[in-house]
Design a protein around this ligand. Structure first.
Ligand SMILES: [Zn+2]
Length: 259
């Protein structure tokens, strides 16, 4: 019987309910499953001409995410715009229009992951257009093609980006993957700039060098947490339940667990 139900469900998926992962939850929206095995429902595209944003590869169809992720990126772009010139916020791969497997990435499947390039200046501090994925060393310098040879990590502006992501009113951050030495530079700057302890504590927990992939010395990999509504229908964070996030309460219309 279970096999028959499963094949009916599969049939429903394959004949026209492709945007609905299960007929049992037709109202599900947003991120379903985990970052490495999920899908994306009701996708939102990050606009190619959003102010303060440049898509690294504008035609590859990987600029989709949950509404919370897209709104967070727009919020961060607005927070890091400067009058002095320099690069807009350069956004790499997000998810495909329905999520799922994305070639070249182990995650990015559920609409909650995005790669973001750091900001740079010349070694003497003049804002630069983004040189792309260039590896920052513990001295804050990155080798770049061309006669200048080196760019310097723009620590204040890259911290402003991290701060905007960590304080976004549109989504909670699950992880901000970044190399340990870049994290150290950003936190040292933030502490010297007088940022409050609660923000430093959160930043020190959420910035994290992954153990099972590249060090992330050339970009941030932002992963936002499931929204409460998404959690109710099968979204899986892909990280801890951080103590500062509210515990999800059953909604009024949810079925009590002991009934
Ligand atoms: Zn990534």
């Amino acid at each position: 019987m279970r096999g028959r139900a499963a094949s009916l469900a599969w049939l429903a998926l394959s004949v026209g309910c492709a945007s609905v992962p299960t007929p049992l939850a037709p109202g599900a929206r947003g991120s379903m499953g985990g970052p490495s095995y999920g899908v994306l429902l009701s996708p939102v595209a990050l606009p190619k001409d959003a102010p303060g944003v440049r898509l690294l590869r504008p035609t590859n169809g990987r600029n989709f995410g949950t509404k919370g992720l897209v709104d967070t990126l727009l919020f961060a772009a607005a927070a890091t715009r400067t009058r002095e010139g320099g690069s807009p916020l350069v956004v790499g791969d997000m998810s495909g229009p329905r999520g799922g497997k994305l070639r070249g990435h182990a995650s990015h499947r559920a609409g909650r992951d995005v790669d973001l390039l750091f900001f740079y200046t010349t070694p003497s501090g003049v804002p630069l257009e983004s040189p792309g994925f260039v590896k920052v060393g513990p001295d804050g310098l990155a080798e770049v093609p061309g006669p200048a040879r080196f760019a310097r990590l723009d620590v204040p502006r890259t911290w402003a980006l991290a701060k905007a992501l960590l304080t976004s009113p549109h989504a909670d951050v699950e992880w901000l993957f970044v190399a340990e030495w870049v994290e150290a530079m950003l936190l040292t700057h933030a502490r010297a700039a007088g940022e409050p302890d609660h923000l430093l504590y959160r930043a020190a927990n959420l910035m994290h060098q992954p153990k099972d992939s590249a060090a992330h010395d050339d970009h941030f990999h932002l992963r936002i947490a499931c929204s409460d509504d998404e959690l109710m229908v099968g979204c899986v964070h892909g990280g801890p339940d951080w103590p500062w996030r509210p515990v999800v309460a059953l909604r009024d219309d949810a079925v009590p667990l002991d009934d």
